[in-house]
Design a protein around this ligand. Sequence first.
Ligand code: ADP
Length: 437
Amino acid sequence: MSSSSVRPVVFGLRLATWYATLFVLAAIAILYLTYYVTAASLAQRDHQILQSKLGEYATAYQRGGLAALTETVRAEQLTAPERLFVRVIDRGSEVLVVSMPEGWNPDLLETASLQLPNGAVVQVGKSTEARRDLLSRFRTVLALVTLVIVGIGLAGGWLVTQAALEPIRRLTSAVRRIVRTGRTDQRVQVQEPRDAIYELTTLFNAMLDRIEGLVSGMRGALDNVSHDLRTPLTRLRGSAELALRGPADAERYREALADCIEESDRVLVMLNTLMDISEAESGAMPLVRETLPLGNVLERAVDLYRDVAEAKGVALTVQADPDAIVSGDRVRLEQVAANLIDNAVKYTPRGGRIAGSVRRTGDRVELVVEDTGAGIAADELPRIWQRLFRGDRSRAERGLGLGLSLVRAIVEAHGGTVAVASEPGRGSTFTISLPTP
Ligand code: ADP
């Protein structure tokens, strides 16, 4: 319990950390890029100022020689708002003009120089102090902004992650509730938008529907099977009890034991068939699907009953369309065909005819078993598909009343339908319709 409740938090933290890290790194990258672009453009501006100054001084020198240059420098020192350091050195390294604004630190100067035509060199310089001050304030602000960004990143990451994890948390608590209570009727609320969580929740609910269907199907099957087996087991016990009550006679005991064996065989067959029906009805029957011609399935079932039909004097014919292909479990579909042929042979008196056929009609494949037998009374017709139902006039024949229930359950598990048309005294027609693959 503790590990399962801790894990989402750890996951959330990890997600939040990732988010915050990426967010903070991206923001810091942008801030520092801005810083370096600003620093570079300030340096470039200073450089341009110095170059243009050098240009002006060169022009002054051309105009009136060193005197004009000195005059220009002096005049500028008095009027120019942006004061510069200026030095003119002649060829002999003698300083001719120098102008150094007061209070400037010579180490914090950015300089540029130009050689005049007479060989003297003009040097101009600009203090970088103001620039440094500005950038240092910029750095302080950057550090503060970075701290704020880290805070926002962490808080935002946490909030975003919590919001993103909320549907997962709802799903987890629903699953936990179901695991704890064992109740599969609970559902997780599906919420827009239609994203991956929406799909997962919908699928989870669909899975619960399916599990609930299976569980209630199996529960119903268990109830039915235990109810249906009660009668034959009581009968079995009755035979044994009766034999024991009378005088001890080996022959009587032998007969009673033989009855018991016969009855328990019936119970076993019944149990297996009931389980098959329940499995198929609840959707739990494992179907080994393959693409196969339904005609083959019918032919194999007919082959099984050919001798019985011949012995009974009933004509058995089969007609199969080779294009009638279905996707189904061969063994189960053979069981369907065999049950229908078995009934037709059982309930068709001597001289009758049975015609089995398989045909394709549009996007369906039909298997039809038609007989000229006893037929089914109108009031019995809707009940023949029920478990353990046996027609009034069929009691003389062997049977458990489970054949048609199994037929319907298997066919419906294949996505097909069953139908019957019958006229008492004239015969019956059973039609199985299956979808084409
Ligand atoms: P069973 O044959 O063991 O009695 P089924 O479930 O196969 O059980 O059939 C249920 C009932 O439907 C039968 O008891 C019988 O009354 C009726 N029935 C089924 N098939 C036919 C048929 N081909 N002709 C007449 N009646 C039939």
